[in-house]
Ligand binder design. Structure first.
Ligand code: ADP
Ligand code: 5GP
Length: 206
């Protein structure tokens, strides 16, 4: 992968980003990208600047990391409870990632969209593909690292994952990085401030 700093590419497949003057209300935005690329960091900064955006809280079978709060970072569930939610049709999408299940609760997303709020999902590739089918008008952004080596440095530097989890996440990252051309836009997270303003531009918030 070439280490182009701050490159923002709009893919040919889809729509242009939101015009700056257009209201993004009621629109579904989705961010994906390999683990450790900085999705969570970018999303937290985006929400600070734009509290009108509603971020979906996912449900997961992963154990909470230190500092993670149930109902705030995720809804943490046992696998049986997660499977029950799937069986009830309660998830808009779900996927297994690095040995754990993750899914987007359906009702809150539909309620927020109906209320006219911009809705943001931060999920992995398989889930993004499912959402593309159910919300073809959603705008999907792929975040990529300046290089694979930098991605590994960030996952390790974060200090939240076991060696086994890091290996699984990096293996999965190689697959995910092949999928960037499926997305409406690709954003390189090299310099954080630059990436944030590019994200705002893509979402029509700048
Ligand atoms: P993700 O949510 O994609 O798994 P995180 O947001 O947890 O990734 O970021 C992984 C690590 O990389 C964190 O330690 C974060 O502070 C760091 N990070 C995020 N963006 C950048 C950046 N642009 N430059 C350097 N480090 C970054
Ligand atoms: P983490 O364990 O690092 O919090 O998340 C691992 C991966 O799961 C990340 O790529 C994250 O975007 C993704 N993820 C988080 N929530 C969901 C979800 O609801 N559905 C799907 N498909 N992936 C999710």
């Amino acid at each position: 992968m070439e280490g182009v700093s701050g490159t923002l590419t709009l893919q040919g497949r889809v729509r242009a980003p939101m015009a700056a003057e257009a209201s993004p209300s009621g629109r579904l935005f989705l961010i994906t990208g390999p683990s450790g690329v900085g999705k969570g960091t970018l999303v937290a900064a985006l929400l600070q600047r734009h509290p009108e955006i509603w971020l979906s809280i996912s449900t997961t079978t992963r154990a909470p990391r230190s500092g993670e709060v149930d109902g705030q970072h995720y809804f943490f569930l046992e696998r049986a409870a997660f499977e029950a939610k799937v069986a009830q049709g309660g998830l808009l999408e779900w996927a297994e990632f690095a040995g754990n299940c993750y899914g987007t609760p359906r009702d809150p997303v539909e309620e927020q969209l109906k209320a006219g709020r911009p809705v943001l999902l931060e999920i992995e590739l398989e889930g993004a593909r499912q959402v593309r089918r159910s919300f073809p008008s959603g705008f999907q952004i792929f975040i990529k690292p300046p290089s694979f080596e930098e991605l590994e440095r960030r996952i390790r530097g974060r200090g939240t994952d076991s060696e086994e989890a890091i290996t699984r996440r990096l293996e999965r990252a190689r697959v995910e990085l092949q999928a960037e051309s499926e997305f409406d836009a690709v954003l390189v997270n090299a310099d954080l401030e630059k990436a944030l303003s590019e994200l705002e531009q893509l979402m029509g918030l700048a």
